[in-house]
Design a protein around this ligand. Structure first.
Ligand code: ZN
Length: 373
């Protein structure tokens, strides 16, 4: 088993090597009209939306022609207009605010483009990863998440506070993106992890799925919503509220409940637990998903965290090699290998988010009450 407690000298040395990251920037949006909400977002982060749109388009075009990628994005917009009209309007608003086409914003939002050739069948699994840990502790349900993103995407992580008449939601997102994960003031959290499922389809982009699930307000209703939506690619989806924990794995065509029960601890990385989904999975050789689940399970069993602070410390364990939950990239790492873009702990009661760009060896965390101004 990996020695996950190899701290001390090596950690201190690593601190000096890594580049310091700025505090994660947040933006509050209060417009009730979805299109106006998008416009505010697009205008506020226009320069960064342009930069990230270029990066994402170049990634999508590694194995497909630009025209084909943009055609798939247009097809995805048609599905959004039918299934999630408010989020479709928000995408149009982001496009207007940032002065880009809606297709370019869809490409920025993801990875859920249809395959145009065989090579694109497993396009981005190695481009992103992550680790999820949930438990019911002394302070109530607590959910930790690590986002490992392509090094060119990692600098664009932001926090968006969206206030409507009925609910305030804190979103962990990218500039120009609808949301990677979120937490409502009612204590309902949604996070997802990429799975390397081989089937791909034109569907609702994952950030729009996340927002749609959050709008459902509670885990059981969000599960029904997930089963209703047309999905484009494989994910592990956590739905956690103050009473219930549900986690589902899916491909573009198949969705399975794989973890449930608010009293148990639930850990996940980037491979399917479901035996049927395992058969359609193609995990890239460069993926660290198996060593990371080993590390997470081992240190969870050793430390038995009961509070948000204890989970925060657990997520900051820096082991050697591929089993480290946090990855800094840099020396010796492939320029395509994902790096840890952010670490967060969602406390559900009261609803609170603590988040840091990279990890606390690299930047300073911020703590945000979801309902606060
Ligand atoms: Zn780190």
């Amino acid at each position: 088993m990996t020695d996950v407690h190899a701290k001390g000298m090596s950690d201190e040395a690593r601190v000096e090597e890594v580049e310091a990251l700025p505090e994660i920037e947040s933006l509050s949006i209060t417009q009730t009209d979805p299109r106006a909400r998008g416009q505010s977002h697009g205008e506020h982060w226009r320069a960064c939306v342009h930069e990230l749109a270029e990066v994402q388009l170049s990634h999508a075009c590694v194995s497909a022609e630009t025209d084909a990628v943009l055609d798939s994005a247009a097809a995805s917009l048609v599905v959004m207009a039918a299934e999630v009209p408010d989020l479709h309007a928000e995408i149009l608003g982001i496009a207007e605010g940032a002065d880009l086409t809606p297709q370019r914003i869809v490409v920025l939002n993801g990875v859920d483009l249809a395959p145009v050739d065989e090579e694109l069948a497993v396009p981005s699994a190695a481009a992103s990863g992550g680790t999820s840990i949930y438990f019911q502790g002394a302070e109530g349900p607590t959910l930790g998440h690590i986002w490992d993103l392509h090094p060119a995407v990692a600098p664009f992580v932001r926090v968006l506070r969206v206030k409507t008449a009925h609910v305030t939601t804190l979103l962990v997102t990218l500039t120009g993106c609808l949301g990677l994960a979120g937490l409502t003031d009612g204590g309902f959290a949604v996070t997802t992890l990429a799975l390397s499922q081989q089937d791909r389809a034109v569907g609702v982009p994952w950030p729009a799925v996340v927002r749609s699930l959050l709008a459902a307000g509670r885990a059981a209703d969000a599960r029904r919503d997930l089963e209703r939506l047309t999905l484009g690619s494989g994910r592990h989806v956590v739905l956690a509220d103050r009473e219930q924990f549900l986690a589902l794995e899916n491909s573009a065509t198949h969705t399975v409940l794989t973890q449930k029960g608010p009293k148990a601890a639930h850990l996940h990385t980037n491979h399917s637990f479901d035996p049927v989904l395992r058969q359609t999975e193609a995990i890239p050789r460069t993926s660290t998903t198996f060593p990371r689940i080993n590390t997470a399970s081992t240190i969870y069993a050793q430390q038995r965290p009961a509070t948000a602070d204890a989970l925060w410390a657990l997520l900051h364990e820096h082991g050697p090699g591929a089993g480290s939950l946090c990855s800094h990239g840099g020396q010796g790492a492939s320029p395509q290998q994902p790096v840890t873009a952010a670490i967060a702990v969602f406390s559900l009661a009261p609803a609170r988010l603590r988040i840091v760009a990279g990890c606390e060896q690299r930047g300073r965390s911020v703590s945000l009450d979801v309902g606060a101004a």
